[in-house]
Design a protein around this ligand. Structure first.
Ligand code: KIV
Ligand code: ZN
Length: 398
């Protein structure tokens, strides 16, 4: 309740900056081994991402396979509203094919780029910093022939020297890039370090006001969400993320996490166009389509995110949900918090669940039933509703 009042207060008093949500579930997310989607599954999820309110859908990497070309092409025909984006390397053929796949889209973007860290320049490209800038500039200029909206990614920007990165960004803006993606490709940066990198670009790229800075964080050290928030605090205005945080290796920034952080902490001064009540449903749709189970303790969308099992917490939640919950489950599309009965549960939780099947117990009866319950609970991991009549019967209550 307090949160609701604070949020109303801040949304009226503070001008909130809109953060663009760039969803890459269908591209970076789909790179997870075993999670490949077919065309129909991609269209099905793209429709849901549209309903959810994302600003940009990165629909795929069209040059990678004929199937991905077709998926991007079909999404471009069917989805109106968000910008449809296709990935390419800084290679003419990739850009030609991405532009072709995106042709039917009402609003479209080519996402092209090249590695900028010394490690990438030396080992991937056997090249030099100067030549990498030249390749980036020609890719951006080439993509501009097809589409006005061109996003440039400086792959491995997380480990790229900031002074060189600023040079890269200035050159790409002058070549026509509308968005500069600063990926922490290897998930290496610390939140302060990544935030400072964004701040450095804001302060040291002369033409930065002509482009949007985008953050794209990987989760190798479990910092993708923290790094993305640090990026927007320091001047980024687009977050690249995936539903359930899926993606290469340890995954990408989780869409549901960054959206709910900005919603719950209005004092940060940001808003998104995401309809948060669709988060839980979207998470399930992605999980089912990809055959990838969401861990139970995953923030926002895990099955335990609104479950309470210890006696102390259950007693508090039954008295007032806000004692142990900072998010109203309804805000993310979950009907209600759940009180799970285990051997760690207390009398309040047991009485609550017994009452929910229509039985009111006196204090003495509850003491009796609680004793029987503990015997059952020590043998089973969880006591479910269908166990309760048996426990009541064994306690002499029918
Ligand atoms: O992580 C990364 O650097 C990427 C780029 C291709 C944008 O996914
Ligand atoms: Zn990535």
């Amino acid at each position: 309740m307090i949160n609701i009042y604070l949020n109303l207060f801040y949304s009226e008093k503070i001008k909130l900056d809109k953060i663009q949500i760039f969803d890459t579930t269908l591209r970076d997310g789909e790179q997870v081994p075993g999670c490949k989607l077919n065309k129909n599954q991609k269209i099905f999820l793209a429709k849901q991402l549209n309903n959810l309110g994302v600003d940009i859908i990165e629909a795929g990497f069209p040059v990678s396979s004929p199937g991905d070309f077709e998926s991007v092409n079909e999404i471009s025909k069917q989805i109106q509203g968000p910008i449809i984006c296709g990935l390419s390397r800084a290679v003419k053929k990739d850009i030609d094919i991405a532009a072709e796949a995106l042709k039917p889209a009402k609003r479209k973007r080519i996402h092209t780029g090249i590695g900028t860290s010394d490690t990438h320049i030396k080992y991937k490209f056997n090249s030099t910093r100067e030549k990498i800038i030249e390749r980036g500039v020609s890719a951006v200029k080439y993509a501009k022939k097809y589409i006005h909206d061109v996003e440039f990614y400086a792959e491995d920007a997380g480990r790229t020297d900031n002074i060189f990165l600023a040079k890269v960004c200035e050159a790409m803006i002058n070549a026509g890039a509308t968005v500069l993606n600063i990926p922490d490709t290897t998930g290496y940066c610390l939140p302060e370090e990544y935030g400072n990198k964004i701040k450095f670009l804001v302060e040291n790229v002369p033409s930065i006001h002509k482009a949007t800075i985008s953050c794209h964080c990987h989760n190798d050290l479990g910092l993708a969400t923290a790094n993305s928030i640090s990026a927007v605090v320091n001047g980024a205005r687009q977050i690249e993320c995936t539903i359930n945080g899926i993606g290469e290796r340890a995954g990408n920034t989780s869409l549901e996490e960054v959206v709910m952080i900005m919603k719950q902490h209005r004092t940060l001064g940001f808003k998104t166009d995401i309809n948060s009540e669709l988060l839980s449903k979207t998470s399930m749709m992605v999980s089912e389509s990809m055959g990838m189970v969401v861990q139970a303790n995953k923030a926002i969308v895990g099955s335990n995110a609104f479950s309470h099992s210890s006696g102390i917490h259950q007693d508090g939640v039954i008295k007032n949900r806000e004692t142990y919950e900072i998010i109203n489950p309804k805000d993310v599309g979950v009907d209600t918090s759940s009180i799970v009965l285990t051997a760690r549960s207390g009398r309040a939780a047991l009485a609550y669940r017994v009452k929910s099947i229509g039985v009111n117990l006196s204090k003495d009866q509850l003491d009796l039933v609680y004793k029987t319950f503990l015997g059952y609970a020590d043998k089973k991991k969880e006591i479910i509703d269908t166990d309760i009549p048996q426990i009541l019967k064994a306690s002499g209550i029918s």
